[in-house]
Design a binder for this molecule. Sequence first.
Ligand SMILES: Nc1ccn([C@@H]2O[C@H](COP(=O)(O)OP(=O)(O)OP(=O)(O)O)[C@@H](O)[C@H]2O)c(=O)n1
Ligand SMILES: C[C@](O)(CO)[C@H](O)COP(=O)(O)O
Length: 234
Amino acid sequence: MSPNARSDSAAGVASSVAAIVVAAGRGTRLDAGIPKALVPLAGEPLVVHAVRRVRACEQIGPIVVVAPGDVLADFVSLLDSYEVTVVAGGAERTDSVGAGLAVLPSSAQLVLVHDAARALTPPALFDAVIAAVRDGADAVVPGVAVSDTIKQVDDTGQVLATLDRSALRAIQTPQGFTRAALVAAHASGDLATDDAALVEKAGGVVRVIEGSALAAKVTTQVDLRLLTELAAQS
Ligand SMILES: Nc1ccn([C@@H]2O[C@H](COP(=O)(O)OP(=O)(O)OP(=O)(O)O)[C@@H](O)[C@H]2O)c(=O)n1
Ligand SMILES: C[C@](O)(CO)[C@H](O)COP(=O)(O)O
């Protein structure tokens, strides 16, 4: 058995929790010349960092990785030792999550959706999200308080208002869902920047728990440099 594979007993216990790792984005804002999930961070592609941390969470069984269709074989070979299913994603993030949902085993009743771009997310955050979904919610998302003053502006840049930030949270992944809530939300065919927004729109209960600085997303080259520093300490 490879060091990253699970024993039969561990896999049995965990089969009701599955994860979809979305990694099919192009990374336009990072502009690295290769798909963002393949960009190295401290010597390893972002998607390998992300999947290793998902696999380290004992409660998670099946993992589906959603990759760009043109480099599917590269993902399969990179992730060979982690027992994942790799499928091709779509044009929008919502489409990629849908592609992952379509191949989830029927045993999975609680589903985590995670961005490969949040490569350093600690396994403890996955456990916290799973526990909070089990406590009773359709969806649970990690969020961090906003530390800058937030202003609403018009398209000329003129300030319209300074918003009360005390109730605002910047939302991260992993996002956790009952399978039923996630499937129903995606059945609408709507697009959203995160899956929790689809559950909200469908009238579901979405809760926010405390996120983590280590769950920051690599979006730009500056993020990549900041997370490289954090990788050395995590
Ligand atoms: N069609 C898409 C778009 C995004 N993602 C994934 O969703 C996560 C969050 O998306 P984002 O950071 O916006 O990534 P990109 O879409 O790649 O970035 P950009 O908008 O700069 O192109 C990433 O792990 C990305 O791979 C995906 O699987 N399929
Ligand atoms: C899902 C997400 O990570 C939550 O913050 C985020 O919305 C995805 O990134 P995008 O830039 O909005 O596509």
